[in-house]
Design a protein around this ligand. Structure first.
Ligand SMILES: Nc1ncnc2c1ncn2[C@@H]1O[C@H](COP(=O)(O)OP(=O)(O)O)[C@@H](O)[C@H]1O
Ligand SMILES: [Mg+2]
Length: 226
C-alpha cells in the first residue's frame, strides 16, 4: 500500500453549534487527483481547509507525510503552506492593488526570490494558463475566468507538491470553467502534483482519479473510479 501524502484521521470541526466535520477521514496518495463532492453545507470546504492546515480541527489528526500538522507551530504551518501547498479558493482571493503578474510573483518574493526572476516565472505561468493578456491588469479589471486563471498561476508558481482547490470553476461559466480546470489538471499531472479539489460539477469530478462524497460532515463509502 502506498503512503498517503495528506491525510485526515477522524477529524472533527465545529463552528458554534454547527458540526461541520464529524469524524472525517480521508487519505490522499502522492500524485492522486481527488474530487470532493457532496451537497452544499456538507463540510467540503472545511475539510479542504483542515487538510491544508488553514483550519485547526478540534479533534482528530491531519498529517502531511510524517508530520502531524497540529504539532507544528503557526509559523511552521505557514511556511509549509507557502512551500509545499498551492491553494485556490472559489473567488480567486487576489490582492486587488497588484497586477496579475505581481500577484503571481508574490509567493516567490515571500520566499526571497529575486524580483526579476520572480517576474519572469510569473509571466511564464500566466502564459501557460492562457492569461498573458491580463498580465498588467488589476483584479478589478479582469473577468471571473481571467481572475481564476491568475489565482491558479499563483498557486502553481512555487511548484507545490499538493494543490488544494475549492470549487475552482464554481464562479465561471461552463466554457471558461472547463478551460481553467483543464489547465489546472494538465499542469498538476505534468508535475506529478497531488490535487484535492472540491467541486459541484459532475464532469469535473469525472476527470479526477477518485471521487469522495461528503454528507453531513462524514465521507461516504464510494466505489473506486479508475
Ligand atoms: N466560518 C464559519 N462560521 C460558521 N459556520 C461555518 C463556517 N464555515 C462553515 N460553516 C458551517 O459548517 C458547515 C459546513 O460548511 P462548509 O464546509 O463550507 O460546507 P460545503 O463547502 O460543503 O458547502 C455548514 O453548515 C456551514 O454553514
Ligand atoms: Mg464550500
Amino acid at each position: 500500500m502506498s503512503e498517503a501524502v495528506v491525510e485526515a484521521r477522524a477529524v472533527r470541526k465545529a463552528f458554534g453549534r454547527t458540526e461541520a466535520l464529524r469524524g472525517t477521514s480521508l487519505a490522499v496518495e502522492e500524485g492522486e487527483v481527488v474530487a470532493v463532492t457532496g451537497p452544499s453545507g456538507s463540510g467540503k470546504s472545511t475539510l479542504l481547509l483542515c487538510l491544508a492546515g488553514v483550519l485547526r480541527p478540534e479533534a482528530g489528526e491531519v498529517w502531511y507525510d510524517a508530520r502531524k500538522l497540529s504539532d507544528l507551530s503557526e509559523n511552521d504551518r505557514t511556511r509549509l503552506r507557502r512551500r509545499e501547498f498551492g491553494l485556490v479558493l472559489q473567488f480567486g482571493q487576489l490582492v486587488p492593488e497588484l497586477t496579475a503578474v505581481q500577484n503571481v510573483a508574490l509567493p516567490l518574493l515571500l520566499e526571497k526570490h529575486d524580483r526579476r526572476a520572480a517576474t519572469t516565472m510569473a509571466t511564464g505561468w500566466l502564459e501557460r494558463l492562457g492569461a498573458l493578456d491580463v498580465a498588467d491588469a488589476l483584479p478589478g479589471e479582469m473577468s471571473g475566468g481571467e481572475g481564476q486563471r491568475v489565482a491558479i498561476a499563483r498557486a502553481l508558481v512555487t511548484g507545490p507538491r499538493v494543490i488544494f482547490a475549492d470549487e475552482p470553476t464554481g464562479a465561471l461559466d461552463t466554457v471558461s470553467g472547463e478551460h481553467v480546470l483543464a489547465a489546472l489538471l494538465t499542469t498538476a499531472r505534468e508535475s506529478g502534483a497531488t490535487v484535492v479539489m472540491v467541486t459541484h460539477d459532475n464532469r469535473v469530478a469525472a476527470s479526477a482519479d477518485r471521487e469522495v462524497v461528503i454528507r453531513d460532515g462524514v465521507v461516504e463509502l464510494t466505489p473506486v473510479i479508475s
